[in-house]
Design a protein around this ligand. Structure first.
Ligand SMILES: [Zn+2]
Length: 256
């Protein structure tokens, strides 16, 4: 796991790689999603390892659906979901009595609670205004970026008092790897020009990282991209490289 040293002033930011957990096979080692195929005991151990490494009390997760809904987390939310500190990725399985909220972004002012976004090629975008004590996190894949998830999370952070927002874009599939059908590429290129890219093998692709940077710049957010391409790095999970792969996580938290 990589804890970004640039995140400070009371805020932590981290992006996991595939090492440091106990899952096996194509999920090895630190799978943080894929609750449908991994062993429950492995998932519990992996989340415990993540909490130990970050030093947080709990990790807030959402049921990600490639949309733009932002979940605001306050102390009441934590209580209502019988305490996020006790939740694990196992809760991703929809439970009629207490379903994990469906959302693709979160905003919080709660100390000691990490917001976690799980990915394997999509972009995990972590955001913070350390001075104001407001953090946000977004799952920004193709659909999320096109339907405004970043705009939505930034707007919600500002409603909660954020002014100078910083963003960290975690590991994701790059523009040289993210091949899409030509018709889709041409439609997205027309509406979102920053996405225009070509794969290293010469076919139409989308540069989602460039699009995220362009959107964040337009929103007045200072952003950095931190990591290598998921598809090209054996240290990271990639759905495109291996559809059976596990899930990485990006995390942001306010230190206690
Ligand atoms: Zn790549």
């Amino acid at each position: 796991m990589r804890i970004d040293p640039g995140a400070n002033h009371g805020v932590g930011v981290a992006f996991t790689d595939r090492w440091g957990g106990v899952s096996e096979g194509s999920l090895s080692e630190l799978n943080l999603g894929r609750v449908d195929v991994d062993e429950p005991d492995c998932l519990v151990a992996n989340v415990a390892a993540l909490r130990a490494a970050t030093g947080v009390d709990g990790i807030a997760l959402v049921h990600q659906v490639h949309g733009n809904r932002v979940l605001s987390i306050d102390q009441e939310t934590v209580r209502r979901h019988h305490g996020y500190p006790d939740r694990t990725v196992l809760d991703e399985a929809p439970d009629a009595a207490d379903p994990m909220p469906a959302a693709d972004a979160m905003v919080s002012r709660v100390g000691g609670l990490a917001l976690a976004i799980r990915v394997a090629d999509c972009l995990p975008v972590m955001l913070a205004d350390p001075q104001a004590g407001v953090i946000g996190a977004a799952h920004a894949g193709r659909n999320g970026l096109l339907c405004g998830v970043l705009e939505a999370v930034v707007a919600q952070m500002r409603r909660q008092g954020a002014r100078e927002i910083l963003a960290w874009i975690g590991p994701h599939i790059c523009g040289s790897c993210y091949e899409v059908p030509r018709q889709m590429a041409e439609e997205v290129w027309a509406s979102h020009p920053a996405t225009r890219a070509i794969t290293s093998w010469g076919t139409p692709s989308l540069d989602l990282g460039a699009e995220a940077l362009a959107q964040l710049e337009g929103l007045g957010v200072a952003a950095v991209g931190l990591d290598p391409c998921t598809r090209e790095s054996p240290e990271l999970f990639s759905h495109r490289r291996d559809p059976g792969s596990g899930r990485l996580a990006g995390l942001v938290w306010i230190k206690n």
